[in-house]
Design a protein around this ligand. Structure first.
Ligand code: NDP
Length: 474
């Protein structure tokens, strides 16, 4: 279950230092050129993503989570945009204070409290860990202390709810729209700062990428691993905290609101809290392993990660809980059990697939997958300085079923959260629609990158494992 860092030696078998394949291999990593479709998609997202988030939250606040009623009202002339806007809660000093305190607290937990969990939790990998080799051939060190930050934050949350009573546990729900403005401000400030930093004082100039297109660079980032000082890594901080630590707190706040409004918490709300709680805890338990996932080891840090982690993640990943505050759904036992089983099977596939790859890479293939020695394809790639590295692509276990079966498990879990909300409205299903688009796009993006990284070796791999997500279908 636990992830461990890949041994440096595994990826770093330097077999030659000079070679003539420099030009082709220097291209792996994020794109160097922008096609018109990517540019159009980026402009669309930069312009509309903040409004999409606002629209969802506003529709719950003013229209009981109906996505169609606001449009109908506007088209029929019953309401003007200004009516909706005037009813929207503004930014408040209280929300600004809560948000500043929240982010500052997470910065303190991240930057100033070294991990102690790995000292007493068997199997947990925390403390100083190494990331993957960057295109420039750098291996960054990270302080992995997310589980500790999550535990401390949640202990304080429960201590407040049941003992201190400094603030109401509904505080997040009660300030949800004013907090949205704060999250947007941070998201834009951090993305803009990252862009300026990429030009003026990058952490590692060799790992910066400029496409020459301002919008693409702003969205997808210039710097690969922007840092302040030796340890404050933007990607690790914004990816996990404040976004993912907040996820479970937001759900708890929704549950508290249900309790306040209806005198009970429904089984659907408990299901959403439990299933998403497992997912969040899994993230922090495996934070060291996440250093080897696409977000950390392939994506550059721009608006996509900066704004996405501050706004998109906490506001759209928690829509089911928000919906259940407005529409408390009490599921019959059979449905609740069915959804729980779907969520747990999805989680099992997601975790086992990820674990198989981690074990395989960490042991350099010297392990057992489903009781047998793993099958694999040997492959090679080069960093910008022309150093040749060797790697392996597994073709057995879940990785022999499809090239991204971990995404399939993730999608099953995501569907379970949505189903917990019943079928009255489309809003809670946004998450599964979004995840399908995100993971399919990610799949294609990753495969494009792997093709330029591994060349003909990748083609041998796709011939051996022909399907991406579902064997026989896609
Ligand atoms: P993967 O963990 O699937 O990593 C893909 C990388 O793994 C490839 O780039 C390649 O990297 C390596 N690889 C590919 N095929 C093989 C193979 N057969 N054997 C060994 N290594 C292989 O993808 P992600 O990082 O995108 O996702 C990690 C998890 O996070 C997934 O389970 C996903 O569902 C989840 N996720 C969740 C999101 C959410 O918003 N909820 C968003 C994104 C991800 P290399 O260059 O090292 O060869």
């Amino acid at each position: 279950m636990a992830a461990h860092p890949e041994k440096k030696s595994e990826e770093r078998k330097r077999k030659s230092t000079q070679n003539d394949a420099r030009t082709s291999q220097a291209q792996w990593g994020r794109a160097w050129e922008v096609d018109w479709f990517s540019l159009a998609s980026i402009l669309f997202l930069l312009m509309f993503a903040p409004f999409i988030v606002y629209y969802f939250i506003m529709s719950c606040d003013q229209y009981q989570c109906s996505l169609t009623d606001p449009v109908v009202d506007l088209l029929m002339g019953n309401k003007h945009l200004s009516d909706i806007w005037n009813k929207t809660p503004p930014l408040t000093y209280r929300a600004a204070g809560i948000y500043t305190l929240w982010v500052a607290f997470q910065v303190v937990l991240y930057a100033f409290i070294p991990d102690f969990c790995h000292k007493f939790l068997p199997g947990y990998v925390g403390g100083v860990q190494e990331g993957a080799v960057t295109p420039a051939g750098v291996v960054n060190k990270y302080e992995i202390n997310g589980l500790q930050a999550w535990i401390i934050t949640h202990l304080l949350w429960f201590a407040n709810a049941y003992y201190f009573h400094w603030f109401s546990p509904t505080i997040i729900f009660d300030n949800w729209i004013p907090l949205l403005w704060c999250a947007n401000i941070l998201g834009y400030v951090v993305s803009t700062f990252a862009m300026i930093k990429g030009y003026l004082f990058p952490t590692n100039a060799k790992d910066c990428k400029f496409t020459g297109n301002f919008f693409y660079d702003y969205m997808m980032g210039i710097e690969f691993n922007p840092r302040i000082g030796k340890w404050f890594d933007f990607k690790l901080f914004f990816n996990g905290r404040p976004g993912i630590v907040a996820w479970t707190l937001i759900n708890l706040s929704y549950a508290a609101k249900q309790q306040e409004l209806y005198g009970q918490v429904t089984n659907s709300m408990i299901l959403v809290n439990v299933l998403q709680g497992i997912y969040v805890l899994d993230y922090f338990w495996n934070e060291a392993w996440y250093l080897k996932t696409i977000d950390i080891c392939h994506d550059h840090f721009g608006w996509y990660l900066g704004w996405g982690d501050c706004v998109w993640l906490p506001y759209t990943y928690t829509l089911q809980g928000l919906y259940l505050v407005y529409h408390p759904v009490q599921l019959c036992t059979a449905n609740a059990m069915g959804i729980l089983i779907l969520g747990l099977i999805g989680y099992y596939i997601f975790r086992t697939t990820n674990h198989q790859k981690d074990l395989f890479r960490r042991t350099n293939g010297n392990c057992k997958i489903w009781g047998k020695k793993p099958e694999y394809i040997e492959c090679s790639y080069m960093s910008v300085d022309g150093t040749k590295f060797y790697s392996k692509l597994m073709t057995s276990g879940f990785w022999g079923w499809a090239r991204h079966f971990n995404y399939t498990g993730d999608l099953m879990g995501s569907l379970a959260y949505c189903l917990a909300c019943g079928f009255e409205h489309i809003l809670p299903y946004f998450y599964i629609i979004y995840m399908m688009i995100l993971l399919t796009h990610r799949c294609l993006r990753d495969e494009h990158r792997c093709l330029s990284k591994y060349g003909k070796d990748w083609k041998r791999y796709t011939a051996a494992v022909p399907y991406r997500l579902l064997p026989g279908v896609f």
